[in-house]
Design a protein around this ligand. Structure first.
Ligand SMILES: Cc1cc2nc3c(=O)[nH]c(=O)nc-3n(C[C@H](O)[C@H](O)[C@H](O)COP(=O)(O)OP(=O)(O)OC[C@H]3O[C@@H](n4cnc5c(N)ncnc54)[C@H](O)[C@@H]3O)c2cc1C
Length: 363
């Protein structure tokens, strides 16, 4: 999966209007003022400091799988995170703590942990992007999220100009969020994950995964089976990058699942009368997390729904907005996102929020 990253062509002109599209999975985004590649933690810090000394804004970009960059691009320095490597920094009879450089391709890491019999990341197989970006939105899928295994993060604090270690408890992990998301302050240099030494997965929590594995929720399965099954389920939904499949020219889920107070949820149920029960899961406290995919579908935006310039909802997953034609603009993609958001609000009164980070564009 290491080829998820486009490597900069030697001598390429960053001010070419197609530059940033090369580095995003949507294949969207305009020119960069300047493009610097950093292949180690020291280099990342150096490149960021260099840009600051030139008084330029900085955009940290790794796999480009969770960003929507505007057509006008980014008029500052884009630092491409391309550091690699992992090493064990602590271990005991039951666990191993592995320190992973920010630019390590995420799925390479997951594959390596499964191979070594380290349990805790297996359900996060097939997610594109870098290890260093996983704390940014507390990456999660199929009943696992990185907040469960991250023990700490090493980051460059741009406010104080120094490298710091941040314990997991101070990362503010939440559903698709953390202190790092929407903040320019922190540049993640490495991430520590504490994993269990076990040939078996953690208890399977996700009903669809349990069903596909032929086990009950709560059962454990061989790591390799968990990984293979997650990869198969994801591929069926266009959620594993595939250069030949335009449905994967996306940022994965475009909207987060709305988290509603109980009262708002009851109102939704009233407005959804006749459409069946809106799929929902209990959240922390008296809140309910509702399926954004269901809301979008029932508001009239089904799989394959086409917007301007050939942008479209994925034909395999209602939550993924795709640059299906491969020639669309960011303006077209955000127009589709707006239409869906407004349509869902008009029909159900529920606000949808984008999951990716929007840069020089807005919905
Ligand atoms: C097909 C597909 C499926 C997906 N499935 C899932 C899924 O199941 N679950 C899920 O949670 N996400 C999913 N995603 C979203 C995405 O893959 C993850 O959020 C991933 O962690 C982003 O990594 P990246 O390296 O591509 O980040 P980028 O897109 O490069 O960056 C995302 C944001 O993080 C910041 N950032 C990146 N690296 C650093 C760093 N080292 N320090 C500070 N800031 C940084 C960027 O500035 C930007 O704001 C999916 C995306 C796609 C395309």
């Amino acid at each position: 999966m290491s080829d998820v990253y486009a490597e900069p062509a030697t001598g390429a002109d960053p001010t070419d209007p197609a530059t940033l599209a090369r580095y995003t999975t949507l294949r969207l985004g305009g020119a960069a003022g300047r493009l610097d590649t950093a292949t180690s933690a020291d280099e990342i810090v150096q490149k960021v400091q260099d840009a600051e000394s030139r008084d330029e804004p900085v955009l940290v970009l790794a796999g480009g799988s969770n960003v929507v960059i505007g057509d006008q691009g980014f008029a500052g320095t884009v630092v491409l995170i391309r550091s690699r490597g992992l090493r064990v920094v602590a271990e005991d009879a039951e666990t191993v703590t592995v320190r992973v450089e920010a630019g390590e391709p995420w799925d390479d890491l997951v594959a390596a942990t499964v191979e070594r019999g380290w349990s805790g990341l297996e359900c996060l197989s097939g997610i594109p992007g870098s290890a260093g970006a996983t704390p940014i939105q507390n990456v999660g899928a199929y009943g696992q999220e990185v907040a469960e295994t991250i023990t700490g993060v090493e980051a460059y604090d741009r406010t104080h100009g120094k490298v710091v270690r941040i314990d997991a408890a101070d990362c503010g992990f939440a559903y698709r969020g953390s202190i790092f998301k929407y903040s320019d302050r922190w540049v993640v240099l490495s991430v520590d994950f504490r994993l269990a030494r076990s040939p078996l997965s953690g208890p399977v929590r996700y009903v669809e995964l349990a069903r596909a594995l032929g086990v009950e929720v709560g059962d454990r399965v061989p790591l390799i089976d968990a990984r293979a099954t997650v990869l198969r389920l994801r591929a069926g939904k266009g959620m594993v990058l595939d250069a030949d499949d335009p449905d994967t020219r996306s940022v994965g889920s475009f909207f987060t699942n709305p988290v509603l107070e109980r009262e708002a949820y009851e109102l939704l149920r009233e407005r959804a009368a006749g459409l069946g029960e809106p799929p929902a899961w209990p959240g922390a406290g008296d809140v309910v997390k509702v399926s954004a995919a269901w809301l979008i579908d029932k508001a009239g935006f089904g799989k394959g729904y086409v917007g301007p310039e050939g942008v479209a909802i994925s034909s395999k997953h209602t939550l993924a907005l795709t640059n299906r034609s491969g020639t669309a603009s960011t303006a077209a993609l955000v127009a589709l996102a707006r239409e869906i958001r407004d349509g869902v609000h008009d029909r159900f009164g529920v606000p949808l929020h984008p999951e990716p980070v929007l840069i020089n564009c807005t919905i």
